[in-house]
Design a protein around this ligand. Sequence first.
Ligand code: SF4
Length: 341
Amino acid sequence: MQKKILTGMSLDELVSFTDSIQESKYRAKQIHNWIYLKSVSDIEQMTDISKSTREKMSAISQVTDVKIKNKQVSADGTIKYLIEFADGNCVETVLMRFDNRANLTACVSSQVGCACNCKFCATAKLGFIRNLTPREIIEQVLTIQRDTGLKVTNIVFMGQGEPLLNLDNVLKAIDMFNKDFVIGIRRLTVSTCGIVPQIDKLAQMDFQPTLAISLHAPEHSLREKLMPIEKKYNLDMLMNSLKNYVLGTGRRVTIEYTLIKGFNDTIDCAKKLSKLLIGLKANINLIIYNPNDKDNFEKPNKDDVQKFKYILEQSGKKVTIRLERGSDIDAACGQLSNKYR
Ligand code: SF4
């Protein structure tokens, strides 16, 4: 008999489980705490549950079936995990820490591979393999917590895959992060390359995670060279959808812009980007391109990055430069490629 996996069950589902073994609702609550707040990986670790109940549980269930296939620790403390699921497929998940902040941010994957084929992205080279289930998404955060003993405070869907192409499962995972892990909705960020109908759908929801848009170019002709999605949902459609999203939800969006030397880091691009974003309630996050061994792009010069930032700031927007984390272990933005495999 295949054992039930307890991770991924809501409190109600755990109550049904404890009912099935003639245990109380209170037992379900204890199991829930052990899984989501204390991050145990084994029923034997649930020490406030009697030995006989643990034996009953172990006969038909287990906490998890995912494995850490590989783990790399960067000089800056970033940890990258290659996580293997029951069917042998793997994804990468990254834990980022920043010296002067208490936040611990997990960068999670939403799909095995990705179909979007952005030219600067190592994941794109894997192609699309399959969507992750809600449980496989939350297992990534639990794997980090089980391994480090630390509590993740922020989650960004910026790992492998396009989260809005797996929206139902991503929303179920977000709901669990919010209710079961008790992480505030504003500490949950979904990043998309611009799947317009799904952004429109997200705008209709009762709750919204923070929305980040991978823009990376200020005009159609340049963007389509980097991101094939531009052919389907072009910048005009995307900007229209974002304006409606902000209007409908009152939420500010984050514009992510990866600066690539000589390609989109020019003064002309900065001016065009400022103009494009007029009237949109947005913060801008500039990302320094991280070279990977699969394309010919280069990192921008520091001076050009500062000039670009300065021009954007003149438009009154808040502009930040993303701190580079984990590039020595290929864990930085755009570098996730399951290389170990
Ligand atoms: S950047 Fe994101 S959407 Fe684009 S190919 Fe990579 S994983 Fe997919």
